[in-house]
Ligand binder design. Structure first.
Ligand SMILES: C[S@@+](CC[C@H](N)C(=O)[O-])C[C@H]1O[C@@H](n2cnc3c(N)ncnc32)[C@H](O)[C@@H]1O
Ligand SMILES: [Zn+2]
Length: 371
């Protein structure tokens, strides 16, 4: 394997040399490494620093970059696993050059997670984490990290695949990225409840082509009941921009109050908050002295997440403006107008045009069309 050295955060490792001429270079390398996931790994390292788990499993380690960063940059006892022996050879080279004392295994992740327990279990598969979620919930003592890159099924572009993987109905709307994030959260919450575990989202977000969850799991029937009580739906009007959130186990049958059309429910989704403020504030504080792999994106993401209002859906400002036949002014102006009327309003972390507000649609319309 032709190798090259990369430094991400404070960690230097060897990864396969990649051919920049192909469409998706990481997909053609013998062992996977995607520099565009540096932000994903940055958030995990920052979070691990906040929660200090007793141990950490990188269940699908590939080059080992994630587990190596967690071990090297936080001092946590790490296990790195991959079922591919080429990947494990590379992991072994990387951990020894970093002088990292850790465990390296070459096993099927589900089998390993069924046998052993870890303070923090991290899933970072190709595509969907759904086939690994059950074993990960059983294996993790307290914390669970999940990456999903199958955004087409999660967000409604591949509707049937989304239903099969997540037993939920996604919807391809202007806020489909958030629907994907919340469908994955609800999926994990339902799985955890099987084992009398509740979930507490510590820092969950979506960025470009992936969804990322960092969760605390609490073992008790009442914690599981509390999570289940957060399940719900977004009801979307198929004819106009009206949408609403409902926290309920079964969706109600509802009609659009604006145009009278039957609303389409999407879910089950997680309708609770996506972050623990204490964790997020700690990550923001730590980030000033933290050497990130993707510092600009990290700073922007943390700031946006901190200020994002806690609703489960958003509006795409440009689509709203198009619907109301006006050209959109600056989003901040609209946000200020809504706030002046006493509403909560703010940006979203996953789109430069996304608006979250508790204002009724009619007031949003009048703020958009006001001159
Ligand atoms: C997306 S890559 C992991 C990327 C890595 N965590 C990183 O941050 O660069 C997915 C890895 O999962 C491994 N994998 C796939 N199925 C697996 C399984 N059932 N058990 C263990 N590893 C598996 C693949 O060999 C591959 O190396
Ligand atoms: Zn309507």
């Amino acid at each position: 394997m032709d190798l090259t050295q990369v430094t991400e955060g404070r960690t230097t490792i060897l990864v396969p040399a990649q051919n920049p001429d192909v469409h998706f270079p990481p997909g053609t390398a013998p062992v996977f490494y995607n520099p565009r996931m540096a932000l994903n790994r940055d958030t995990t390292v920052l979070l691990v620093k906040q929660v200090s788990p007793v141990s950490y499993l990188d269940a699908m380690a590939a080059s080992g970059i994630r587990g190596c960063r967690v071990g090297y940059e936080t001092g946590t006892a790490v296990t790195l696993n991959d079922r591919d022996s080429l990947a494990v050879d590379l992991i072994n080279r990387n951990v020894s050059s970093l002088n990292l004392s850790c465990t390296v295994t070459c096993r099927d992740a589900n089998s390993l997670m069924s046998d052993e327990k870890f303070g923090f279990v991290d899933l970072d598969p190709f595509g969907t984490p759904a086939p690994f979620t059950d074993a990960a919930i059983r294996s993790c003592g307290k914390y669970l990290g999940v990456t999903a890159t199958d955004t087409a099924p999660l967000c409604g572009a591949h509707l049937k695949a989304g239903i099969r993987r997540y037993m939920a109905r996604p919807l391809n709307t202007d806020y489909h990225t958030e629907v994907g994030l919340r469908i994955l959260l609800a999926f994990v919450a339902r799985h955890a409840a099987i084992y009398d575990k509740g979930i507490i989202p510590l820092f969950c977000y979506t960025h470009e082509h992936f969804v990322r969850l960092h969760l605390e799991l609490k073992s008790s029937a009442s914690a599981a009941d509390k999570s289940i009580a957060r399940l719900g739906y977004i009801h979307q009007c198929p004819k106009c921009p009206y949408r609403m959130e409902e926290t309920k186990f079964f969706p109600s049958t509802l009609t659009c109050p604006v145009c009278g059309t039957g609303l389409t429910p999407t879910g089950p989704i997680w309708t609770g908050s996506l972050h623990q403020p204490g964790i997020l504030n700690g990550m923001i504080r730590e980030s000033s002295s933290f050497m990130a792999g993707d510092p600009k994106s990290l700073e922007k993401l943390l700031e946006l997440c901190k200020n994002e209002p806690e609703y489960s859906f958003s509006y795409d400002y440009h689509q709203l403006a198009k619907y109301y036949r006006v050209s959109p002014g600056p989003l901040d102006l609209l946000i200020n107008r809504l706030r002046e009327r006493g509403y909560t309003a703010g940006r979203v972390h996953y789109s430069g045009y996304g608006l979250k507000s508790d204002a009724p649609l009619e007031d949003i319309r009048s703020c958009i069309t006001a001159r």
